[in-house]
Design a protein around this ligand. Structure first.
Ligand SMILES: [Zn+2]
Length: 106
């Protein structure tokens, strides 16, 4: 049995992912010009996460959330998401005015 198949690595989660998604939702409420198609949203989350120090933990006990009340973490997420929104808005991976995937009406 392959090592990858022997253990359940889906129990590993990066808490920063949840923070980035929540922060992106908040920032997009005021950035109405930004495309919200599946591709752009995932590009923004991936880009922001690549500029964020990961915070992995094991979820054997289910969803026990660590809280991000650390001010430096909050600032890191806010800046990484803001930069990702600017970058994808300026340079989307699809043609401008042509969104792919489900469009979410704000
Ligand atoms: Zn898009």
């Amino acid at each position: 049995m392959a090592f990858q198949d022997k253990y359940d690595f889906s129990l590993l989660v990066n808490d920063k992912e949840r923070y980035v998604v929540a922060e992106l939702e908040a920032q997009l409420k005021v950035r109405t010009e930004v495309c919200r198609c599946q591709e752009c949203i995932l590009d923004m989350v991936a880009l922001a996460l690549n500029h964020t120090k990961p915070l992995y933990r094991v979820t054997l006990l289910g969803a026990i959330y660590a809280t991000a009340d650390d001010e430096s973490v909050h600032q890191e997420i806010t800046e990484a998401v803001g930069a990702a929104v600017d970058r994808i808005f300026a340079n989307p991976s699809h043609a401008r005015n042509e969104s792919l995937g489900p469009e979410e009406k704000a």
